[in-house]
Every structure is written in C-alpha cells, then in structure tokens.
Design a protein around this ligand. Sequence first.
Ligand code: PLP
Length: 419
Amino acid sequence: MSAPGRSVAATVGALDVERLRRDFPALAQEVRGRRLVYLDNAATAHKPRAVLEAVQHHYACEYSNVHRGVHWLSERATEAYEGAREKVRAFLNAPDRREIVFVRGTTEAINLVAASWGGANLRPGDEVLVTEMEHHSNIVPWQLVCERTGAVLRVAPIDDDGNLLVEEFERLCGERTRIVAVTQLSNALGTINPVRRLVEIAHAHGALALVDGAQAAPHMPVDVQALGCDFYAFSGHKLYGPTGIGVLWARRELLEAMPPYQGGGEMIRQVTFEGSTWAPPPAKFEAGTPHIVGAIGLGAAIDYVRGVGLEAIARHERELLAYADEALAEVPGLRVIGRARERAGLVSFVFDDIHPHDVGTILDHEGVAVRAGHHCAMPVMQRYGVPATARASFALYNTREDIDALVAALHRVRSMFGR
Ligand code: PLP
C-alpha cells in the first residue's frame, strides 16, 4: 500500500506519471467534490493536450476536404490526413501505407472484413473460428455474414482463469476454417492471447487471421509483421485519440482482391450508369468524406504514445496491475474474474452478494469511475455465471493512489451493504 500523504501522481516504473498527468486536462477536474479517479480506460481514454491542440489547429488553420481540392488548404489537409496514415503505418510496423484503411473504429473494421472478405469468400459449410472471450464486435459481424453465406461460427473455449485453451483452438481449426478472428487482449478479462501462435495455427490450416487490437494497441507495442496476421483492427479513442476514427490494417493483396464495403465518392475510378470501377486501396474502402480531423488527431495521439514509449507504458501498467491484484485481495468478499497467466490493463471483479451496478454507482459517488456491466462480452459473463462485473482499467496516467482510492471506495461499498 502506498504511504499516506504521498503525491497524487507518484512516479511508477520509468514513467514520470506526475508530469504526464498534467498533459491531460480532464484529469484535473473534480467529480462530485472529489479528485477524479478515472479507471474506465478500456471503454475510452482521456486525451492529452497534444491531441486536443492538433484537432483545434487543424480546424482553425488547415481545414478543408481532402484529395479533391486544387487549392492551398485542400493540399494542406490532404498532406495532414495522409501524414496520419503514415504515422499509423509506422505504429503498426506495416509494410505499406496503402494497407492502412481509416474507419470509424474496431467495430467498423471488423464489419468491413466480415462483409467484404467474408461475403466474397465464405461458402456454405465453411467455418469462422473465434474465441469465447471476444467482444460482441468480433462475434456479431461474423454471425451476420455466416447467416448470409451459410458459413458456421465455431468458438474456442477458455478455462476458469480466462486462458484460451490453445489445444482446443487448434483442434477446432480444421479443413473448413477460412478465417480465425481473435482478440489480442480481452476487454472483459484482461487476458493476453498468444496471438502469434494462433496465427500460425490458422495459417497451417490455410485460414486467414484477424486480430482485434482494440485493447492491445494502447497497452503494448504492436508489430503486424511480427504477429504474422492478415488483418488488424484498433480504435483511436482508446489510444488517447478522438472518437469516430479507427484503423483496419490488411495485407495489400487482400485489400486489392476484396470488393468495396460501401459505395460513394472517393472510392471509385470511374462511374457510369452502366457500372463503376474502383480506386485502388485504401481509397476503395474510404467512401465519402472521411473523418479528416479524427485521423489527424489519431496521428497526434500516436506521436504522443510513441514519445512516452509503449514499452514504458506496458511496464508501468504491469506494475499497476500487480499492485491492484494485491490490494483487491484484501477486500473481503471480492472475487476477481480473470486470472490468466498473461494479463494486462484491467481487472474485472464481483461481490457475490452486491450487484456490479450498485458497486459502480457507489464508487462514482466516491469520485472513482469504473465500468459495470457485461462489457459487450455477454458470452464471457455466461461462462462465469455472473450477470455483469465491475471493471477497473488502467492508462498511462493512472497511479497507485488511484488504486488506493478504488480500494477505499470498495470498503465503503461493503459497509453501505452492511458487510
Ligand atoms: N474489441 C474489443 C476487445 C473492445 O474492447 C472494444 C471496445 O470496447 C471493441 C472491440 C470495439 O471498439 P469500438 O467500440 O471502438 O469500435
């Protein structure tokens, strides 16, 4: 436990968290008369000044539509937008800028792959393999395309601690498997999956591999070439960037072969009433005016996290998680859901006799923001026989003192319920 009276933002690991916290204006506010303890980062993260200023600067000084204009402002906007694409490429260590498609977020990225690639390639009896710990956005798009094509969704199980049963995954990956779609980091359990291994298994069976990086991208360095996957999806808003912007990375030959997902301006080569032809990727998948400023804000967020260092962020959050595990173990009646061998970023928990929504509401009155619910992972809740969990999730700006505040508030929850 931290010593009483220590500074709010103690330096943990190699990060100067106190200094970093000052980059995030939202953290300086009080909530219900108390210091804000923001532990809902898996839902969305706050934005550093660098992102807010990039967005404001662009709207104020460089704003115009991209790609179409012949005037000075349009050239500036196009440069900034395409510059953001290059930043994403470097962030993912993707081989080619043209493999980066800007979308609304992870959800849209997966829907795009399911509808476009899945619609064109899945046949009756083909199989799509996911895991039991997926977010709804990596389940439902596959269910939709399975319904359309007659393909079948298969689900690899997890154990009681939240580890994926890799042997079962391998057993389920068979002749008919066309694609596996797996999360790199579970938003409900914190499990880190052995994605490289899962991709190898998929490829050994001639299947493609999609990785849902919504939770992983903010917490660990990502290298799509090292992972060996075929598709990678993440959201800007969880990576300290704006909402409404995210990324689909896909191998270029796949993007070239895939049919368009949406039709409209920008994605065409030629249009006649008899028929149309498509622009090369990524334009083929960016119909209409894109979220120009969102992409630029995401570029600024990437500059920011790369400046802090993903390795340092991962180390800091690992220490926070270890500290939280120890501190939560001292709260009577609290049960952690998800104790996988490899975890990061968050801890999910329940009191067996207090509903998580009550826990979340009381914590809020103590200034502590956590998420309570099924975390868009209902099958995980069913697996553990709970209606919901409370979830504390970390960001680079969280401190041990935040966790102390969480634990103190949890004791208050217990006392309010007469425990
Ligand atoms: N996948 C995972 C693992 C997530 O945690 C989330 C969001 O919480 C998503 C996908 C969907 O992300 P978005 O809502 O930004 O599209």
